[in-house]
Design a protein around this ligand. Sequence first.
Ligand code: F6P
Length: 550
Amino acid sequence: MNATGRSRLHQMPEWTALGKHREQLGQTHLRELFAADAARGTTHALRVGDLHLDYSKHLVTEETLTLLRELAAARDVAGLRDAMFRGEKINTTEDRAVLHTALRAPRDAVIEVDGENVVPGVHAVLDTMAAFSEKVRSGEWTGHTGRRVRNIVNVGIGGSDLGPAMAYEALRSYTARDLTFRFVSNVDGADLHEALRDLDPAETLFIIASKTFTTIETITNATSAREWLLTGLSAGQEAVAKHFVALSTNAGKVADFGIDTANMFEFWDWVGGRYSYDSAIGLSLMIAIGPERFREMLDGFHLVDEHFRTAPAEANAPLLLGLLGVWYGAFFDAQSHAVLPYSHYLSKFTAYLQQLDMESNGKSVDRDGNQVEWQTGPVVWGTPGTNGQHAYYQLIHQGTKTIPADFIGFARPVGELPPGPAAQHDLLMANFFAQTQALAFGKTAEEVRAEGVPEELVPHKTFRGNHPTTTILADELTPSVLGQLIALYEHKVFVQGAIWHIDSFDQWGVELGKVLAREIEPVLTGGGPGEGLDSSTAALTAAYRALRGR
Ligand code: F6P
């Protein structure tokens, strides 16, 4: 099938078959599906590495799954996957390979881009990062005044912030507790101010993380950080070398900023920003958890890469999760997808996935430049349980929307818990299991009446159920398990992009706002004419200037 033919998803027989099947499925309830198959809870489950993945509480029959897999075959998801792993330039709008999988490939792997094996370079950078991390962790790396570095501040945004910040939180109990880590991203100076206000410049190391080294937020924060450092130390430019390192693909810009390129940790244009925290972008994390744990995390990623690459369609977890998302978006009008981790350590996990998923698949033009005529990426949202239960779960249970949700939980707490009820983790997990049960099966009006509830309250206390969820259960949140989870979602996003025939690896949609901000800035400072602004923006910027006395 040629590329243009492939883009006409909604005209494919496999798509039409799914539409017909959806009509037949009608209002079929999960209660019926479970009643018809006593073993559904065990047959509709997969094991991937350390992850137990239960998909029994999805609105699917065997026929649905078969039809979805037929769609994947017709869209040649496996072909695009293999092309990605081979290093072909599947990011066509930027003419780039997509090789985050090479970042966690073993030392002896051979993966070529333009005829060059990239794996030795990956491991050379990992080794340099490891040596540097050990120096900081041991206290051997000292600042300009000779004092040991105790504070590490990562300055970056988007993929150069969310990954390390999320993983640092996730693996906090594995981190060197004698070091302080901060993550600054927002161009709002309050972010940098709050990060630095109690730190001693003599003991502070800045990691400037930017793939392009041109991102205005990062360069602005980095410039302010340099000023803070040099003022605080009463030192000149020569102090920068001991207090600033860079993570980038752009050596020229790093040097222009004044950072010695000997202190630059490199990565490559075939690593997308939102797929980069297992590259040099993870330096802050490596310092926090140590090189050995970092490598365990990479092994976790690699394990799921291999699963995605080799597992048959029926047992391929990222393929399954991707297809389920396509199913709900297209045939249940699901606009969003909730990710609900039952681990406080995963407090930034969903925010991380927002960029991964929404920057990748928030597209309305296909690879051939045609408008798509089907739903693409969902709104991804969620926060850790059980907090969400006391906030927005009401809408999931009794609102009018279909919201597929992923529940992620762990059998064992990591590290120590405060003294108190020994069963605190069991209580957390009881909520975890109860929620997917309630969402799937609900509570019928008869069940409510049987409890003696007055008739006028029966509709209010009835739960229709039939809300689809995936449950992912692992033993413990280790570095490897974190890697496995992230790779699972990376490849899920890949599968959906392949089905929708969109380029999941560009992000042109962030450009317009950047350009307009550059034009508006001089208007705010009073120096620019502000001509050509629409009447709303003109009035708003005038109000701002007046409030600022300009
Ligand atoms: O938001 C656009 C984007 O390019 C992201 O894809 C990227 O993660 C982020 O900006 C930061 O870019 P850089 O690492 O080049 O500073």
